[in-house]
Design a protein around this ligand. Structure first.
Ligand SMILES: NC(=O)c1ccc[n+]([C@@H]2O[C@H](COP(=O)([O-])OP(=O)(O)OC[C@H]3O[C@@H](n4cnc5c(N)ncnc54)[C@H](O)[C@@H]3O)[C@@H](O)[C@H]2O)c1
Length: 261
């Protein structure tokens, strides 16, 4: 337990699983009140309950990042219950792993709606509250696909766009003491690449449950292991804390060196 986020209020999307869950746990253990937000209400409720059970502060809220009104209501709820918003971490994401020819326009749009427009809506939704607060820190999650081809068309387009969006938001809000940065994770062992879910369909050809796929990905990680949600959460903690008070518009690879190859 530490105090690097003592008294801070953090909204964490995708908080019901994987990296968002990891950030919720680490941020809460550093003194933040975390609002664990996810389209999966059961999962974000469970994460918030578990955080409270170990003595830290958490709330949960069902959020579909595609829905602007839902974002507005979440920010209102956070202001009513916690008084302010200091941090927003945009983790919610989805993918259909198909190339340009086989990906339908509907699939492409769904990915952009969640991964890129959902983040845009989140940055918009917290802007006024953070300005009134006189400070703020926003963290967006890119990918290896932010800098190199891979993961399917909609995914690559959305994650490339995240970098442009992050820099735009950083510049627009710098005078308000609101920072905006991005982390580009590499291969992180989460349900996103392991399980077959609605937001991230996987089959035997794509899941890391398949030992061949696991080994193939592992070969591309110079530091020799998959990243964990905790690896990403610790970098997120730095970027969202006062230690990074002069860091904005930055893109931090947390990928074990994969983007070097
Ligand atoms: N796992 C990886 O290897 C990896 C690598 C690079 C980037 N990423 C990115 O990291 C982010 C987090 O992924 P993860 O690996 O933790 O995946 P995950 O599947 O464990 O968690 C994603 C969460 O997002 C939620 N979600 C999906 N659609 C949503 C919506 N419309 N509104 C609100 N919540 C929604 C899901 O319910 C889920 O809880 C994603 O943006 C993903 O693209 C993942």
């Amino acid at each position: 337990m530490g105090s690097r986020l003592e008294g801070k209020v953090a909204i964490i999307t995708g908080g019901g699983s994987g990296m968002g869950e990891g950030q919720a746990r680490v941020f809460a253990s550093e003194g933040a009140i975390v609002v664990v937000a996810d389209i999966n209400n059961e999962n974000c409720g469970t994460v918030a309950e578990e955080i409270k059970t170990v003595g830290f502060n958490a709330l949960h809220y069902q959020l579909d990042v595609r829905d602007q009104q839902n974002w507005h209501d979440l920010v209102s709820y956070t202001l009513e219950t916690c008084g302010k918003v200091d941090i927003l971490c945009n983790n919610a994401g989805m993918n259909f792993r198909t190339d340009f020819h086989s990906q339908t326009y509907d699939q492409y749009r769904q990915i952009i709606d969640v991964n890129l427009d959902g983040v845009y809506k989140g940055c918009k939704a917290v802007g006024d509250a953070m300005r009134k607060n006189g400070r703020g820190s926003i963290l967006n999650i890119g990918s290896l696909a932010s800098s190199k081809h891979g993961g399917g068309t909609g995914y690559t387009v959305s994650k490339t766009g995240i970098i442009a969006l992050t820099k735009n938001v950083a510049l627009a809000y710098a005078a308000d003491n609101i920072r905006c940065n991005a982390i580009c994770p590499g291969h992180v062992d989460t349900p996103f690449i392991r399980e077959d879910s609605k937001h991230s369909p996987n089959n035997w050809n794509t899941t890391i449950e398949n030992p061949e796929n696991y080994a193939r990905r592992l070969e591309t990680i110079p530091l020799g292991r998959f990243q964990t949600p905790d690896d990403v959460a610790k970098s997120a903690l730095f970027l969202c804390s006062e230690e990074a008070s002069m860091v904005t518009g930055a893109v931090l690879n947390v990928d074990g060196g994969t983007s070097l190859l």
